[in-house]
Design a protein around this ligand. Sequence first.
Ligand SMILES: Nc1ncnc2c1ncn2[C@@H]1O[C@H](COP(=O)(O)OP(=O)(O)OP(=O)(O)O)[C@@H](O)[C@H]1O
Ligand SMILES: CC(=O)N[C@H]1[C@@H]2OC[C@@H](O2)[C@@H](O)[C@@H]1O[C@H](C)C(=O)O
Length: 397
Amino acid sequence: MKAHIDKLYQISGKKSRRIIGLMSGTSLDGLDVAVCNVEGSGTETVLELEYFTTVSYSDEFRNEILQIFAKRQIDFQQLCLLNPYIGTIHGKMILDCLEAWDIGIEHIDLIASHGQTVFHAPKKQHKLPDFPNATLQIGDGDHIATKTGIITLSDFRQKHIAAGGEGAPLAVYGDHFLFSKAGENRILLNMGGIANFTFLPASLDTTRIFTTDTGPGNTLLDAYAKRFFHKSYDENGAIAASGKVNNTLLVALKSLPFFKSPFPKTTGPEVFNFDYVEAAIQQSKLISVSRQDIIATLTQLSAETISDAIKSVMNEDDSFTIYASGGGAHNPVLMSGIARALNQPIEKIDTLGVSGDAKEAVLFAVLANEAVAGQQMHFGEKEGVPSVSMGKISFPG
Ligand SMILES: Nc1ncnc2c1ncn2[C@@H]1O[C@H](COP(=O)(O)OP(=O)(O)OP(=O)(O)O)[C@@H](O)[C@H]1O
Ligand SMILES: CC(=O)N[C@H]1[C@@H]2OC[C@@H](O2)[C@@H](O)[C@@H]1O[C@H](C)C(=O)O
């Protein structure tokens, strides 16, 4: 309908846009909702985070997703049903937030929805020569747009793949636009279920910008905190702090070929799951290892693989500052493990003015802003950062 295109054109020409960024990550803890006021685009982007919350998922909702999450064999009907169901529930969560914040929908220009990743299969992982990199996010944007009455951009990862990427990490674009700083090499480390980082060079040379996943962040910690202690996560690293790292197990865990394969690379809970840890426990022929020691060892695994990845892509004599975000930044055992391995302190991204819990949702608002009002991107030919705009547009009504 032409009226929708006219509205989008008008939004594109505005001095600033109010965009709701949404992220629901691999931890399945809830939906991050960030209301952002975004002015300009590209490196001229000025973003103010006006409101932020995480709407927790109910156990029932999480369990519905877990039936198909990161599994190779599923009930196909469940996948089909969840696509509109998640979209509608996310739409309802947005409306509840707007009501609580007393914001009318007419004061929101766009929604930027990541959706729920249910399977991630980069070529390096599926190894089927005739098939491309692949990833699947559900929670369809049409349902969010129809439920809320707000133009919605969604499904950002497919264009990245179409342009030669693995569909992740996407944070790199917003990281550059919001956080690059002349004169300071920056590593922006995000520790969600999976950990990743962006390198932003002091020279601001976009062709040197680099991003990769490193492997597990919290996903294994959450899985074992649940299995052994009936907790959804290891709050403040208390369980890990009460155990000891088991080096035999750590070596077995680190022998996974993923850790030896070249950067950049991406991964997910399809690889980092119970089967992987149980195989490492078998391989290390441990007679007994305490539950606390397993969690301490898994925490050290995340810390070491994150710091190994950072070390291996940085020149030895380059100094850099690390800014941490994501739920893992709240885990002091994980944070101090990384600081120890890299022999330097770690800052939190909050010191740069954006909450570490809100960062990923904010970055999707930046991607939507680029799609609607941005110019050509210039990231050179570097693997993992194709110069394309992302996001599909759903009109309400
Ligand atoms: N106080 C805390 N102590 C320890 N861990 C915490 C704390 N708060 C949050 N976490 C961890 O952070 C996780 C949530 O992190 P986050 O929301 O960044 O992940 P995500 O966005 O779902 O994942 P991804 O970025 O991989 O998609 C929780 O599941 C938990 O493991
Ligand atoms: C396929 C997928 O959903 N990947 C997520 C996941 O969670 C962290 C890491 O793995 C990252 O690569 C990505 O998310 C962030 C937001 C990204 O694309 O930057």
